[in-house]
Design a protein around this ligand. Structure first.
Ligand code: NAG
Ligand code: NAG
Length: 333
């Protein structure tokens, strides 16, 4: 670090009192500028996905908020949805699902929405971690983490419709597996997305893949006691379901540590969010490569068993990173 506060003044010999005052002022200046450096470090650029940094708060060991107890609720619920949404997200579609839901408005400053995040960094990851931390003591049995939009290119059904994924999700499988990715298709993420150990050894100059370059060092910050994996693979796109039992296999302090990493990182939101995208399955107990065969995954996750090869290949097809304008109406869907 460039440390600007080592100035000494050779040849100058004031009395002891003046030296003391000088040192005190210098110390105060150093502390102030260090604080500015810290704050500066927590600011990152607004990103492509519309997530904008709203504040430069550094979240640290602040006292835990009381668990949310909802009116008339003594028992934790069976299931809840958690949405990483924005101020303008229209969530009417999800209200119709009759699941209790938590809509975090990530671009709304704290205090101005029912649910938001302390700082808008890391895309959906900040929302998911904030929910896990704030609700650690009052989690439902099953949690589904999703983005706010109903139709998204990566939703794993023919209509790219999150409401279909939610309705068909096999909750018993979530109970049994602990972590279930909402995506079964391998395209993007499987069978191998990252090679962190090799990147650590060889440090390839891979400017086209900033996540792969950043991943190994960030992995060591997130999991100081775990060897850096050779290969990491999991279906993409950060929508998944977990059981309360699985969440509780880690202490709350782990989730706080991950969020603190996200608050402090200087990586851009897309890179920090993507590092966690390829980390959730490990956080929730799976091996670094977690790529179940799609046929088996559709059966267990959505009850789509006995699919023909044709059905398997057409369950999800690549249409690019943006669905056609007006989807699904424009297609007669
Ligand atoms: C929100 O979406 C619903 C359909 O889910 C639609 O009927 C409604 O008009 C939308 N509201 C706004 C403000 O766009
Ligand atoms: C799949 O096929 C097996 C054996 O043919 C049958 O027992 C089972 O009920 C089928 N499952 C579904 C969901 O259709």
């Amino acid at each position: 670090m460039n440390w600007p506060c080592r100035s000494s003044r050779p040849g100058h010999s004031p009395g002891r009192g003046r030296i003391f005052i000088f040192l005190a002022l210098a110390a105060a200046f150093c502390m102030l500028s260090y604080q500015l450096v810290l704050n500066h470090g927590s600011i990152s650029r607004p990103e492509e996905q519309g997530f904008v940094v709203i504040d430069n708060v550094v979240v640290n060991g602040d006292p835990d908020p009381a668990p949310t107890i909802l009116p008339g609720e003594n028992e934790p619920r069976e299931k809840e949805l958690v949405f990483a949404a924005m101020r303008d997200s229209n969530m009417t579609w999800a209200e119709e699902l009759s699941w209790p839901m938590n809509v975090y408005r990530a671009d709304v400053p704290p205090g101005e929405a029912d649910l938001t995040v302390p700082i808008n960094k890391g895309n959906e990851a900040m929302v998911y971690l904030t929910y896990l931390i704030d609700r650690y003591a009052s989690l439902p049995e099953i949690i589904v983490f999703l983005h706010g939009k109903r139709y998204q290119w990566h939703n794993d059904n023919e209509r790219y419709d999150s409401s279909i994924s939610i309705k068909n999700l096999n909750l018993d499988f979530v109970r049994e597996a602990g972590y279930v990715n909402l995506r079964c298709t391998w395209a993007i993420g499987c069978p191998a997305e990252l090679e962190p150990a090799r990147y650590l050894r060889d440090r390839p100059d891979d400017q086209g893949h900033p996540t792969a370059v950043a991943y190994p060092d960030q992995f060591r910050l997130l999991f100081p006691d775990t060897p850096v994996p050779e290969v990491v693979g999991a279906p993409c796109c950060s929508q998944f379901s977990v059981s309360r039992a699985q969440v509780h296999r880690r202490p709350k302090s782990d989730y706080k540590r991950y969020r603190q990493w996200l608050v402090q990182t200087k990586l851009t939101n897309d890179v920090s969010g993507r590092i966690l995208e390829y980390t959730w399955h490990m956080i929730f107990g799976k091996d670094p490569v977690y790529c179940p065969m799609p046929r088996e995954s559709y059966c267990k996750t959505y009850g789509l068993c006995n699919m023909t090869d044709y059905e398997l290949q057409n369950q999800w097809i690549w249409r690019g990173l943006v669905l056609p304008d007006g989807w699904p109406d424009e297609t007669g869907g």
